[in-house]
Design a protein around this ligand. Structure first.
Ligand code: ACM
Length: 509
């Protein structure tokens, strides 16, 4: 479906006629990209039961070539008797195959076997590359845990949209979601909450249903490898020193309060934070490095958002630490965590990402700022010489309502906090007031799926799609007009339907 490619490629030249394909597809691939071809073969086998003969005898239906003159993640595709796909890296090779699959019928995306005798691929030449290097999606697995199969499927969906970062928010006040050797109570105690809010948190009601879940090291390694085959990098986040109540339920000595705490059963921001003792800093470094080590060389997110300082302000121990460092504001204490984590992670070879509150204290060198409170936080970071990922809640928080219609399911906030897919599509990754000399600081953008009000896979689909379809084109850098996009989106939704995605239907125009 030449007219339904999504995200839209940078350049497409149509020729007349089509090429007819039947099983088996004969595919030639350089050995270093064999796993990319195998993933394509698995997808086609699942969708239509076809065979892909990899590196057997020619002539070839598809020939993948490793070339030197493609930019990062870029590719060229020319469909003729043989479809020639050229790329300079694995991601580009994977995207070339994804685009080729989009040129066929929606059935090629089916998640259940849907037999097909043959199909036609239009003759076409495509030259494509992303405008932005960071095209991310964030998933909060702390407020609601999503099992490995659901995360794996989300990774597949990212790959289908040429999105390349999955940011996993692995802990919060309401749950800790990764096993860490030496700290068994994180998973034994911290990963289970007694109850959750019923309806909206503001209603003050409890469901009295326990919610629990935790990834093993093996689970995360499997997700990492699966993501790699799809051209997706997992960015793990451990969010401390705020959002720490699940940690403090497990290890109260790391907190400031003499009262025992439970894993929090309400949404919002717990006032309970890590203390600033050497033991708390050591713990934080140890667990963050451990989790980071499961994702060698990946960027690691050190959180750092919404850390209330009341407990530090009334703590003698924290006051002493402030005096030692000559701090005048308790917020500067948070800088002890960011500095320590950034140094350790950089030494281990990880780029470091933090929420934009990191701007409130001294920012460790080379920290990538994730601007969430507003686009202006991204401008501020860029002007301060820092790289930025734009994730402003006003445009890219997909836990906000899909529309102002009264029958929308309960979401983070009531109308007017609405983010339609149209609003996402019109979003400009480069902040409007940012001077051109700082544009290169903007690495890209990221859409957020906070999960206080997203408890099931179907509801995740509903909140994510079609807004992520719109987002993928914005992040790829080929967004046009709503009138141009909507027909392509309608074609693309047939692919999502084939994949079994419970997307939110479009409103009639
Ligand atoms: C955030 O939404 N607290 C990053």
């Amino acid at each position: 479906m030449r007219d339904g490619l999504l995200p839209r490629p940078q350049e497409l030249t149509a020729a007349s006629g089509t090429i007819s394909w039947t099983s088996p597809i004969r595919l030639r691939v350089p050995v270093e990209w064999r796993s990319v071809a195998e993933t394509f073969a698995t997808d086609l086998a699942r969708a239509v039961g076809w065979m892909v003969d990899i590196n057997g005898d020619g002539p070839w239906d598809i020939e993948l070539r490793h070339v030197e003159d493609c930019v990062d993640e870029g590719y060229r595709l020319a469909v003729d008797q043989t479809a020639i796909l050229e790329a300079g890296d694995r991601a580009g090779a994977a995207y070339a195959l994804t685009t080729l699959r989009q040129l066929g019928p929606a059935q090629l995306w089916s998640s259940t076997r849907s037999p097909l005798d043959s199909f036609e691929v239009p003759r076409v030449r495509i030259e494509d590359a992303p405008r932005f290097a960071w095209r991310g999606v964030h998933l909060d697995v702390a407020r609601h845990f999503f099992d490995v199969a659901t995360v794996r499927r989300l990774i597949d969906l990212l790959g289908a949209h040429r999105l390349n970062r999955l940011h996993l928010h692995l802990n919060d006040d309401q749950g800790w979601r990764v096993e860490v050797p030496g700290w068994p109570r994180l998973s034994d105690v911290g990963s289970r909450r007694r109850s959750s809010p019923l309806g909206h948190d503001d209603d003050g009601l409890d469901d009295d249903v326990a919610h629990a879940g935790c990834y093993s090291v093996t689970d995360l390694a499997a997700l990492r490898d699966h993501a790699c085959a799809r051209g997706v990098t997992i960015v793990p986040e451990i969010d401390l020193p705020g959002h720490a109540q699940a940690v403090l339920a497990a290890y109260p000595q790391l907190g400031n309060s003499p009262e025992p705490l439970e894993v929090w059963t309400r949404w919002g921001i717990s006032p309970h934070v890590m203390n600033v003792s050497p033991a708390a800093l050591d713990f934080t470094e140890e667990v963050v490095r451990f989790v980071a080590g499961l994702f060698p060389s990946s960027p690691v997110h050190i959180g750092g958002d919404e850390c209330p300082t009341h407990e530090w302000e009334s703590s003698h121990a924290a006051k002493r630490v402030m005096e030692e460092h000559g701090f005048v504001d308790a917020r500067q204490l948070q800088g002890l965590f960011s500095a320590r984590l950034a140094a350790a992670l950089h030494a281990d070879g990880h780029p470091v990402v933090a929420w934009d509150e990191v701007l409130d204290a001294e920012v460790p060198e080379d920290t990538v700022v994730m601007a969430w409170r507003s686009p202006s936080k991204g401008e501020e970071a860029a002007r301060r010489g820092l790289d930025v990922v734009m994730a402003p809640m006003q445009f890219l928080y997909l836990d906000w309502l899909n529309s102002a219609a009264p029958d929308e399911p309960v979401a983070q906030a009531p109308a007017p906090y609405v983010t339609t897919w149209e609003k996402v599509y019109r979003y400009s990754v480069i902040p409007l007031h940012l001077e051109p000399e700082f544009h290169r600081r903007v690495l890209g953008a990221q859409a957020q799926l906070w999960s206080e009000y997203i408890a099931t896979r179907d509801h995740l689909d509903y909140m994510a799609f079609p807004r992520l379809c719109a987002f993928s084109e914005v992040a790829w850098g080929t967004a046009t007009t709503l009138d141009d996009f909507r027909p392509r989106l309608e074609i693309h939704l047939e692919r999502l339907a084939a994949m079994g995605v419970a997307y939110r239907p479009l409103d009639p125009v």
